[in-house]
Design a protein around this ligand. Structure first.
Ligand code: ZN
Length: 360
């Protein structure tokens, strides 16, 4: 009996030793994997030359060691930077470290910010980006203005970003930009974005049998929209579509003879600032007898026009953003996909444009 017990002990003892050996082998193999041996020859040479004693392999360090921008004094920070397939990754990291961004902040910057924003950051002093990283329409160069707008208007950061991007922290018609791609179906024309006086769409065509012109795609969809309304026993009649720059100028100046400028600006666009010049907008009335769209037709328009690529451009309660009084009768073609999204999100086209089209 005694012998058997002793044998058993021996076996257990041997097994334990075997396990310990296996454990040590695994440990060794893992260590081997992390040995500087895994660095490329080029990186190894640099390590040697700079007299750096690094035990573990690090992909970012491997990349940085091969760069002419490698800086020995940043090595501790380098080890904490997640590898990115970024142009001038080493130089950009150095520049951000120099501006006192922490490795964690640098990782966030490369993860969340667009190339354009990173470029801007490199030209600015340090800013705390914590609250802004995940905002898709962020422009880092405007962070001070965002903060100011947020506090002044007691709103959310996201709202402040969109409003400031739309220049709504400035008076209307100041800092006007000329639109670069006026032919885009999604073009944004408002009090800060103007069409060149010479711009005329090249594909204007008559809307059905009306002697009114719109861009081809918009004209065809408008006919469909009118037909759908007729099926629902509604008579919708377009009465103003494409208007040239000169026509808009005469219209606006005509209004100035009736009302003061501040008032005219709430209902008529200055020349170059009218959507009608794009050939994508249309004013609609409810039947020959009605001068304007009735409330009922307006509701129908809100619920149906997006199926044909149109949106109500100046909805009720949005004057603060659009700069115009509500215009239920004014619809704008932006294509079906975008029109559905604007409808579903229930926001103005100005906001939608900044959130989903500009810089995307
Ligand atoms: Zn209009």
């Amino acid at each position: 009996m005694k012998r058997k017990k002793q044998n058993k002990r021996k076996i257990i003892f041997l097994l334990l030793i075997l396990l310990a050996i296996i454990f040590l082998i695994i440990l060794y193999m893992r260590k081997e994997k992390n040995m500087p041996d895994n660095y490329s020859n080029e990186a190894k040479e640099k390590l040697k030359k700079e007299n750096i004693d690094i035990k573990e392999y690090n992909q970012t360090l491997e990349a940085f060691l091969k760069s002419d921008d490698f800086k020995k004094e940043n090595i501790e920070a380098y080890m904490q930077i997640n590898f990115q397939n970024e142009e001038d990754f080493t130089a950009k990291t150095n520049a951000l470290l120099e501006k006192n961004y922490s490795p964690d902040e640098i990782n966030d910057i490369f993860t969340y910010l667009s190339k354009a924003n990173i470029q801007k950051l490199l030209e600015m002093d340090y800013v705390n980006l914590q609250d802004y990283l995940k905002i898709s329409n962020l422009d880092v160069s405007k962070i001070d203005a965002y903060k100011e707008y947020e506090q002044k208007n007691n709103t959310t950061i996201n709202d402040a970003v969109t409003k400031v991007n739309l220049h709504l922290d400035e008076p209307f018609y100041e800092n006007v930009e000329t639109i670069e791609k006026p032919d885009d179906i999604t073009v944004l024309v408002n009090k800060f974005h103007a069409l060149d006086a010479s711009y005329v769409p090249t594909d204007l065509t008559n809307v059905g049998t009306y002697s009114l012109q719109m861009r081809k795609e918009a004209a065809e969809e408008l006919e469909q929209l009118i037909a759908k309304a007729a099926l629902d026993n509604r008579e919708l009649i377009p009465y103003s579509t494409y208007r040239s720059y000169d026509y808009q100028k005469r219209l606006y100046e005509g209004y100035l003879e009736i009302d003061p400028k501040e008032t005219v600006d709430t209902y008529s666009a200055r020349p170059g600032h009218s959507e009608h010049q794009t050939g994508l907008a249309c004013d609609i009335r409810s039947s020959i007898l009605n001068d304007r769209l009735t409330d009922s037709d307006y509701e129908w328009m809100l619920q149906n026009s997006y199926e044909f690529g149109f949106i109500v451009r100046y909805p009720k309660g949005k004057s603060e953003v659009t700069g115009y009084m509500e215009e239920p009768w004014h619809i704008r073609y932006i294509g079906k996909e975008h029109a559905k999204k604007v409808h579903d999100l229930d926001i103005t086209y100005d906001e939608y444009y900044d959130l989903y089209i500009a810089n995307h």
